[in-house]
Design a protein around this ligand. Structure first.
Ligand SMILES: Nc1ncnc2c1ncn2[C@@H]1O[C@H](COP(=O)(O)OP(=O)(O)OP(=O)(O)O)[C@@H](O)[C@H]1O
Length: 246
């Protein structure tokens, strides 16, 4: 479960977030929508620890993570994708995904590397199997040996998604996940997100995708939560219609 309480952020005189609070139950997908400058990216930065708020708290699974660094939060199972794709261009697609698993190390240190202990070989087999599984899930099974830099943007974004889910995150933040995806890739993305065990927070401009994919939606405007609820509740909310959906 993700709990955001009373979060405020200011840049000089600009209030990017004002007393923002909401909750995403375990395993649910929550969309954050709002016009440009509403504070969506700033909210993501607060949740993943890149930005310290003026006030407020973020808790994951009942534990207050507000004082933790981005790295500590990542170790606790938080993953994030960015608006602009960030893949390792000089690695293959499979290596990109493997890198998301290898940070845990292999155990046994250098001797295990040199001798190839059975436990190490088993771990490598398990990781290779997980890479294959995730590539299949993300529609990248044929592209494991392709260099990430050579792929069109839609496929690069799916590589980023594959990397983000490979290690079975507990909390996943997706920033504009449909941007650059074609129709089929968007359908694939929706299926992957819906099947995840993780709690998901996503920022997205494609309203059709948000309405179809999210269990709950939070609407931000000028740094404040102006509405929250199910897709239907949000769609029918007169304040949202006036401020945003038109
Ligand atoms: N580093 C910064 N320095 C100064 N002001 C900033 C900074 N980052 C964001 N802001 C301001 O904070 C407010 C919220 O910005 P933010 O990027 O979080 O909005 P957003 O909803 O993600 O917008 P978009 O949809 O355009 O990505 C805006 O007024 C923005 O200009």
């Amino acid at each position: 479960m993700l709990l955001i309480e009373d979060v405020s952020v200011a840049f000089g005189g600009v209030r990017a977030l004002s007393e923002v609070g909401f909750e995403v139950p375990e395993g649910q997908v929550c969309g954050v929508i709002g016009p440009n400058g509403a504070g969506k990216t700033t909210l993501f930065d607060v949740v993943c620890g890149l930005r310290r708020p003026l006030s407020g708290r973020v808790s994951v699974g009942g534990a207050d993570v507000s004082a933790l660094s981005p790295l500590q939060r990542a170790r606790g199972g938080l993953r994030r994708t960015f608006q602009r794709t960030q893949v390792f261009g000089r690695l293959t697609v499979a290596q990109n995904v493997l890198a998301a698993l290898d940070w845990r190390g292999g155990g046994g240190g250098l001797p295990a590397d040199l001798v190839g202990w059975p436990s190490r070989r088993r771990l490598e087999r398990e990781r290779a199997a997980r890479v294959a599984e995730v590539l299949e899930l993300c529609g990248l099974a044929e592209l494991g040996d392709a260099y990430a830099a050579a792929l069109p943007v839609g496929q690069r974004r799916l590589v980023e998604l594959a990397r983000a889910i490979a290690d079975r995150p507990r909390l996943l933040l997706l920033d504009e996940p449909t941007s650059g995806l074609d129709r089929d890739q968007t359908v694939r993305l929706r299926a992957v997100v819906s099947a995840l065990d993780a709690t998901v927070l996503l920022v997205e401009h494609d309203m059709g995708f948000v309405m179809d994919t999210c269990d709950r939606i939070v609407v931000l405007d000028l740094g404040r939560v102006i509405a929250a609820g199910t897709p239907r509740e949000v769609r029918e909310n007169p304040v949202v219609r006036a401020a945003y959906l038109g």
